[in-house]
Design a protein around this ligand. Structure first.
Ligand SMILES: NC(=O)c1ccc[n+]([C@@H]2O[C@H](COP(=O)([O-])OP(=O)(O)OC[C@H]3O[C@@H](n4cnc5c(N)ncnc54)[C@H](O)[C@@H]3O)[C@@H](O)[C@H]2O)c1
Length: 471
C-alpha cells in the first residue's frame, strides 16, 4: 500500500510540475538485434580438446627461460627456490639481462645454464634443446604467442606471461597447437594465487556466499614509474596502437574461477566502453618527444560480460592515472559478499555463519562487514590446502607477497605429479580475448559482442573449478 501511495504521489508531483502525465521514453524503432560475432574456426580433423589434460609425470622439471627483463629476472630468482627443478637455459635479446640472471643462478649454487642472446631468433635454439621440458616466456607481448606455439611444436610445455596472446588469431593458434601437440599451455596469471583470492575462492566453493552472481575485477595501476624501463618501449607502443582492455587477465582470472567458466558455465557476451585518451598521448610526448593524436587506448576502459547461467562480470583497466593500486576483486552472492580493495571485507547473511566457531558471532548482520576478528577466524578456517602447506615458504620467497611463488610451485607440482594444471589453454583464451573483443565493441558504439566458446563444445565436460592434488 505504501508503495502505491508513493508512486501516486510521485506521479502527481511530476504532473503538477510539468503540467502533463509522465511518459516513459519510447524506442524510436524496434530493436531486435544479434550481438556482433567473430569467426570460430572449426577444430582441425583428428584433434581433441585438452580439458583436464595430463602429461607423463616428470621427476625433475627442466626449464628454459626466454625474456629476462624486469619480470623474467624475478622468475629465475623464484625458481632457484623450487626443489626438483633444473634451470637449463637462459635467453634474452640483451646480453646484460642474461648475465644478471646468470648471477642469480650462480649465487644459488645451481648448475650453470646455457645462454642464448644477441639475436632476435636465438630463443628458437633454446626451444629446440632436447633436455628441456618447459619453456617459461616473459618477453614483451608481441612475441608471446609465436614463442609459445614454437615451443609446443618442439615438444615442450609452455608457461607464458600475461597476456599470453593479444589477438584472436594468436589465441586460436595457441589453442590449436596445444590440442594438436597435447602439451600444456599455461598463462602465468599470478593473481589467482593471491592469499585473499585463494581463500575467498575456497569459501565460495564451500557455499559460504550462496550462489555467486556478480564479480568485479580490475587492473588499476599507475605505471608512471615503469614506462621508461620497458624494453624498446613495447608497452606504451602497444597502448598507442590498440584500443580496448589490453591487460584484462588479472581481473578476469579470479572472476572466472569463481564463476566456474568452462567448468559448467561459459562467457556469452560482452560490452565495453572507454574514456578518451589523455595521459597516453602526454606520455608519448614526454618520452618520445612527439605528438600522438593517433593514440588509441582510452585512459580508462570498462567491460561488462554475461554468462550463460545469467551471471555478470565487470572488468576495468587504467594504467594511466593516479589512483591507488586496485584489482577490485569483489563478489556478490545470494548469501554473502567479499571485497579486496581498498579494504578486505566480508559480509554474510548471519545464518551462513551459525555453525562456525567465531569470536564475536552476536555482532553478525547482513548490512555491515564482519569484524576483523571474525574475518581472521574465517580466513583461518577456510584456508585452502595450497596455503596451509605453502604460505610460510611463499611469504619467505616472495613475488607480489608470495603469490608468484605459489604459481610457480603449483606449476612444478602438477608437472611432477602428472596432474592437470591449475589453468589450461582455454582459461588463457577466455581471459585474453578481451583485448580484441572489447576493441570491437568500443569501435562499434559499445555494441554487444559474442564471446566465442574456445573449448568448441567442451565447456561443461567438467563441473566446478578445482585444484588437482596427488593422492
Ligand atoms: N604477472 C605479473 O604480475 C606481471 C608483472 C610484470 C610484468 N608482467 C608481464 O611480463 C612480461 C614481461 O614484462 P617486463 O616488465 O619484464 O618487460 P621488460 O621490457 O622488462 O622485459 C622484456 C624482455 O624481453 C626481452 N626480449 C624481447 N624480444 C626478445 C627476443 N626476441 N628474444 C629474447 N628476449 C627478448 C627484452 O630484451 C626484455 O629483457 C610482460 O608480458 C608483462 O605483461 C607480468
Amino acid at each position: 500500500m505504501k508503495k502505491i501511495w508513493t508512486t501516486l504521489l510521485l506521479g502527481w508531483t511530476l504532473t503538477a510540475f510539468t503540467g502533463c502525465a509522465p511518459k516513459a521514453p519510447q524506442p524510436t524503432e524496434s530493436t531486435s538485434y544479434e550481438p556482433l560475432t567473430v569467426e570460430v574456426p572449426a577444430r582441425p580433423a583428428g584433434q581433441k580438446d585438452v580439458i583436464e589434460l595430463t602429461a607423463p609425470a616428470l621427476d625433475t622439471v627442466r626449464v628454459g627461460f626466454i625474456g629476462l627483463g624486469m619480470r623474467g629476472l624475478s622468475a629465475v630468482e623464484r625458481w632457484t627456490h623450487l626443489p626438483e627443478t633444473r634451470i637449463v637455459a637462459l635467453c634474452d635479446l640483451l646480453p646484460p639481462n642474461v648475465e644478471r640472471s646468470m648471477k642469480i643462478v650462480r649465487n644459488a649454487e645451481r648448475e650453470e645454464p646455457a645462454t642464448y642472446t644477441g639475436d632476435e631468433t636465438a630463443w628458437k635454439q633454446l626451444c629446440e634443446r632436447p633436455d628441456i621440458d618447459l619453456v617459461y616466456i616473459a618477453s614483451d607481448w608481441k612475441h608471446h604467442a609465436e614463442m609459445g606455439v614454437y615451443a609446443m611444436e618442439q615438444g615442450k610445455h609452455v608457461a607464458i606471461e600475461v597476456p599470453a596472446a593479444l589477438t584472436l588469431d594468436e589465441i586460436w593458434s595457441l589453442v590449436n597447437t596445444a590440442e594438436r601437440t597435447r602439451k600444456h599451455c599455461l598463462q602465468l596469471e599470478n593473481c589467482v594465487y593471491d592469499f585473499f583470492e585463494l581463500t575467498t575462492l575456497n569459501m565460495a566453493q564451500q557455499g559460504l556466499f550462496g550462489e555467486v552472481l556478480h564479480v568485479e575485477g580490475a587492473y588499476i595501476h599507475h605505471l608512471e614509474e615503469f614506462w621508461p624501463y620497458y624494453w624498446n618501449n613495447w608497452r606504451l607502443d602497444y597502448n598507442r596502437a590498440f584500443r580496448g582492455d589490453v591487460y584484462a587477465t588479472h581481473g578476469m582470472g579470479p572472476a572466472c574461477q569463481l564463476l566456474n567458466i568452462h567448468r559448467g558455465d561459459r562467457l556469452t557476451t560482452l560490452v565495453a566502453m572507454d574514456t578518451k585518451a589523455v595521459t597516453g598521448p602526454e606520455l608519448v610526448k614526454q618520452f618520445q618527444n612527439e605528438e600522438a593524436p593517433d593514440f588509441q587506448n582510452g585512459d580508462h576502459t570498462m567491460t561488462f560480460l554475461r554468462t550463460l547461467e545469467g551471471k555478470t562480470i565487470h572488468i576495468q583497466h587504467d594504467v594511466m592515472n593516479p589512483r591507488p593500486y586496485s584489482r577490485m576483486y569483489q563478489l556478490t552472492g545470494t548469501k554473502g559478499f567479499a571485497n579486496k580493495y581498498p579494504i578486505e571485507q566480508y559480509v554474510f547473511q548471519p545464518e551462513q555463519l551459525q555453525q562456525a566457531d567465531l569470536p564475536d558471532p552476536e555482532n553478525l548482520n547482513s548490512h555491515a562487514p564482519v569484524s576483523d576478528s571474525v574475518k581472521e577466524a574465517l580466513m583461518t578456517q577456510y584456508k585452502p590446502r595450497i596455503l596451509r602447506e605453502l604460505e610460510e615458504k611463499a611469504r619467505e620467497v616472495g613475488g607480489h607477497g608470495g603469490m608468484d611463488f605459489l604459481m610457480d610451485y603449483r606449476l612444478v607440482y602438477c608437472l611432477r605429479n602428472g596432474l592437470p594444471l591449475d589453468m589450461d589453454v582455454y582459461d588463457l583464451a577466455e581471459w585474453c580475448c578481451l583485448a580484441e573483443l572489447t576493441r570491437l565493441s568500443i569501435e562499434n558504439g559499445s555494441a554487444p559482442v559474442a564471446v566465442p566458446d574456445f573449448t568448441r563444445g567442451a565447456w561443461d565436460k567438467v563441473i566446478g573449478y578445482r585444484h588437482a592434488f596427488a593422492r
